[in-house]
Design a protein around this ligand. Sequence first.
Ligand SMILES: *[C@@H]1O[C@H](CO)[C@@H](O)[C@H](O)[C@H]1NC(C)=O
Ligand SMILES: *[C@@H]1O[C@H](CO)[C@@H](O)[C@H](O)[C@H]1NC(C)=O
Ligand SMILES: *[C@@H]1O[C@H](CO)[C@@H](O)[C@H](O)[C@H]1NC(C)=O
Ligand SMILES: *[C@@H]1O[C@H](CO)[C@@H](O)[C@H](O)[C@H]1NC(C)=O
Ligand SMILES: *[C@@H]1O[C@H](CO)[C@@H](O)[C@H](O)[C@H]1NC(C)=O
Length: 404
Amino acid sequence: MMSSSPRPLFTMALNLRLLPFLVTCMVLVSAACGCADRISTSFPSVFTFGASMIDSGENAVAMPLRSSAEFDPYGSDYFGKPVGRWSNGRTFLDFIMEGLGYDFLHPYLKSVNANFTYGINFASSGSTARNTSATGDDSGGLFCLLVQVDQFIEFQTSTLSLQRGHQARLKMAEHFSESIYFFETGSNDYSVYAFSTDDYDSATSVNTTIAYMRSAFETLYKAGARNFIVMNVITLGCTPGILADTRGNGTYDAYGCKVDWMDLTDLHNRRLVELLEDLRAEYPEATWVLFDAHSLFLDAIRKPQNYGVEYPLKACCGSGGPYNCHSEVLCGKNPMSVNGTYLQWTKCDDPSLYIIWDTVHPVESFAYYMAQGVLTGSHLSPTFDILETVRAIKAARSSSNQVY
Ligand SMILES: *[C@@H]1O[C@H](CO)[C@@H](O)[C@H](O)[C@H]1NC(C)=O
Ligand SMILES: *[C@@H]1O[C@H](CO)[C@@H](O)[C@H](O)[C@H]1NC(C)=O
Ligand SMILES: *[C@@H]1O[C@H](CO)[C@@H](O)[C@H](O)[C@H]1NC(C)=O
Ligand SMILES: *[C@@H]1O[C@H](CO)[C@@H](O)[C@H](O)[C@H]1NC(C)=O
Ligand SMILES: *[C@@H]1O[C@H](CO)[C@@H](O)[C@H](O)[C@H]1NC(C)=O
C-alpha cells in the first residue's frame, strides 16, 4: 500500500493482456442475449458511469470472486449476502433509483436475467477517469471511464440498429437524448496515484483527470446525451483508507483530515466547476449539473451529530488501528499476521454511527443522505429537479404513445 509505484489502493488489478479478450467476450455476450432491445422508451433511462461508490456488480461479473465486495460482510445489512456492491447495503445510486420509482440498475456485463428497462450501470470498481489499465489478478480498475463510454456507444449503436424503420429509430434516439447521464469518477485518479512519488504534482494530476472527463462528456454529447449530472470528489483526506495510508506530508486540520489531500480534492472540485461552466457555454443545448457530494461529506465530518454519526473518521468494517483500517487486511479479506500482530476484520454493531463502511465507501445510511442530495436537488448545482424531469417525460411519453 505504501509502495512508491502507483497501484490501486483498495482493489487489486487485472492482467493487461486479458483486456482485449475480455472486452471482445463482453460485446459478444450482450449481442447474443439480445439485451440491447430491453430498454424502455416510456420514461428516461439512467446511464451511470464511474467507480466503486455506484458499481452494482460490474466487476463481480467480469472478474468473479476477486474483490472483497463479493465476500462477507459486504451487502449483509440489506441484501443479506454480497452482491458486488462496496457497501453494507444499498449504494446511493440504489437510493436514487428507488426515489425515481425505478428498479436498481443492472451492470452492463450482467449476462443472466439482465433487465435494462430503467437504464444501465457501466460503473467499474477501482476505475479512473484517465486511461489506465490495471495489472495483476484482481478485479480493480477494470474499465476506465473512456472504455465505459465505448461500451455505452456500442450499446446505443446496437440498440438503434435493432429498431425497425426510421420513426422507431428517431424515437429511440430521442430516448437516448432525454435520458440522464450520471458520473461518479475521478476519486481513484487520486486515491491510487496521489503523493506516491516525490515529484507528484497536484495541478498536473488534476488537469489530466479533468481532461479525460471532458473527453468522456464530449463523446457522449456527440452521441446525443443532453442531461449530465457529475459528482465531484469527496473528502478523501478524511476517509479511513487515506488516513491509514502513509502518503502525504502528515499535516492534519482541526477535524483530523489530511490537509494536502483536502487541498487536492478542493483543486479537482474547483476545476470541475470550471469545466462544467465551459461546457455550458460551449454546449448550451445540454444540461450540465454538478452533484456536490464533497460538501455533504464535509458537513458530516464537521457536524456528525446532525447525521446521527459518532465515528466520522473511522471505518465500520476493518481490522483495527485508529481508523479501523489496515491495508493488509481490509474488510472482507482473509486474516493474517503482520509483524507478529494477528489482523482480522470485524464489523461494527451499528453501521449508522459511521460515515464510511470500509476504506472510502459510505455505509448504507450515509448513502441515503447522498441520494437525498440528488433527489431533493439540495446538492445539485444548478438546481435540477430530477423527479420532475422524469415525471414530465413520462407524462409526455404516455400521451405520445396513444398518438402512435
Ligand atoms: C424488467 O423489469 C421491468 C420493470 O420492473 C418489468 O416490468 C419487466 O417484466 C422485466 N423484464 C423481464 C424480462 O424480466
Ligand atoms: C484513451 O482511451 C480511449 C478509449 O480507449 C482512446 O480512444 C483514447 O485515444 C485514449 N487516449 C489517450 C490519450 O491515450
Ligand atoms: C491546469 O489548468 C489550469 C486551468 O485550466 C491552468 O491555469 C494551469 O496552468 C494548469 N496547470 C498545469 C500544471 O497544467
Ligand atoms: C503539507 O501540505 C499543505 C499543502 O497542501 C501545506 O499547507 C502544509 O503546510 C504542508 N505541511 C508540511 C509539514 O509541509
Ligand atoms: C513490519 O516491520 C518492518 C520493520 O520494522 C517495517 O519495515 C514494515 O513496514 C512493517 N510492515 C508493516 C506492514 O507494518
